[in-house]
Design a protein around this ligand. Structure first.
Ligand SMILES: C[S@@+](CC[C@H](N)C(=O)[O-])C[C@H]1O[C@@H](n2cnc3c(N)ncnc32)[C@H](O)[C@@H]1O
Length: 293
């Protein structure tokens, strides 16, 4: 990712490759921390499912589905007459998602490797499309949203979540504050490349839906918390699962790494809630429907 002149957008292929490499780097961490993530993200998963108004028998597309969320719970909901396709860039994420589907004995879900922007129209149409914390990584939001609209049946719904901005989101603010002691976090990721905090401001995600031509656009914020049993475990979880933090941390000198780690541990220790660390977070959700006719 680092080879572009400041302010010059990276080419499409380079952006996709860089995003894929970032998620490959942490995919095994996602396998290890999956039960923690499942609990953390439950309120968002439920809100997305509710926004999709799912029924048994529906065909659903999950974009940037990672290790299988929310594709797997949705596969349970649409039942054996329904079908779910989850698309992701990272082969290791897909391998983990496939393992989880097998463990859950789900046969109506398939995991495909590729970029959402390159989806062929022939994979559709879908009754519903969902994306949890992934739409913000699309290299070309305009083209990506237009393609998703085309992939829906008329009246079909798309619902997505992104993270809220650091000001309202301690889960992101705390590690950023620690890194900001030594690097310019506003340059992370470099300009012109997608990242975890794209569309994080109020109304931005709903605006993207409206601009793309979705109607009946609704949006809401969901409060959740990420947790661990102690501060040390919390910091390890972030290091093993958050690509931006990990890359920036690995680029620091040994002494700075030690200071970031100590500062991070001290900051999350303030969120000890009866022997569990609970760090609050905010997700922004939006959903809309493809116009009928
Ligand atoms: C933050 S993870 C979210 C994974 C999952 N949806 C969840 O909520 O657990 C973002 C995922 O989006 C995938 N991704 C990013 N850009 C993508 C793109 N353009 N096409 C397909 N997948 C993409 C990454 O590989 C990564 O697995």
């Amino acid at each position: 990712m680092g080879g572009n002149a400041p302010g010059k957008p990276a080419s499409d292929a380079l952006v996709v490759e860089a995003v894929r490499d970032e998620w490959e780097m942490v995919a095994e961490g996602w396998r290890r921390w999956e039960p923690f993530f499942a609990a953390t993200t439950l309120p968002v998963t439920l809100a997305l499912i509710s926004a999709l108004r799912l029924r048994p028998g529906m065909r659903v597309l999950d974009i940037g589905g990672g290790i299988g969320d929310p594709a797997l719970p949705i596969a349970s909901m649409v039942g054996s007459d329904g079908h779910v396709i989850s698309v992701d860039l990272s082969p290791t994420m897909i391998e983990i998602a496939t393992d989880r589907a097998r463990a859950l004995d789900l046969h109506n879900v398939e995991f495909c490797m590729g970029a959402v922007e390159d989806l062929e129209i022939s994979v559709g149409p879908f009754d519903a499309i969902v994306s949890r914390f992934a739409i913000n990584f699309l290299r070309d939001m305009h083209t990506g949203m237009a393609r998703l609209l085309d992939l829906l049946v008329p009246g079909g719904r798309f619902a997505a979540s992104v993270w809220g901005s650091p000001e309202v989101n301690p889960m992101f603010r705390i590690p950023r504050e620690q890194l900001a002691r030594f690097i310019d976090v506003r340059r992370q990721p470099p300009r012109g490349t997608p990242g975890p905090l794209w569309l994080s401001k109020p109304g931005e995600l709903a605006g993207v839906f409206a601009q793309a031509g979705f109607e009946d656009v609704e949006s809401t914020d969901v409060t959740l918390y990420s947790f661990a049993r102690n501060p040390d475990e919390y910091v390890r979880m972030v290091y093993e699962t958050a690509p931006m933090f990990r890359r920036a941390f690995n680029g620091l000198s040994g002494d700075r790494q030690r200071r970031v780690r100590e500062g991070f541990i001290e900051a999350v220790a303030a969120y000890d809630d009866g022997g569990v660390i609970r760090v609050p977070a905010v997700a922004r959700l939006a959903g809309g429907a493809r116009p009928v006719g």
